[in-house]
Design a protein around this ligand. Sequence first.
Ligand SMILES: [Zn+2]
Length: 101
Amino acid sequence: MQPEITRKIKWVELESPYETWFVPQDDYNPAFWGEPGGTIKEAGIVEGYGARLSAPGYMDCTEWGVFDTPEAAREHLIEMYCECCGDEPCELCQILNVEGG
Ligand SMILES: [Zn+2]
């Protein structure tokens, strides 16, 4: 899985009774996301830097988180997915070029 951080773009915030998530506005297709019965609704448009992990060539990826700054996006990925142990930086931290300590 590799970190992916977007530039500042617009996101559609979607809401179901159980969770909230984000879709890049450019990829947003109401016909796809808007479920008959209306359990998913559009909660608004936000602007920010998206961050997630994805495996190139696979459909496998985490949900987008959206943040005000690229630094916050980076910190979020590290907080969620860092696997550092001992002195060796994990793969994620190597890619994000995080300094040890
Ligand atoms: Zn790490």
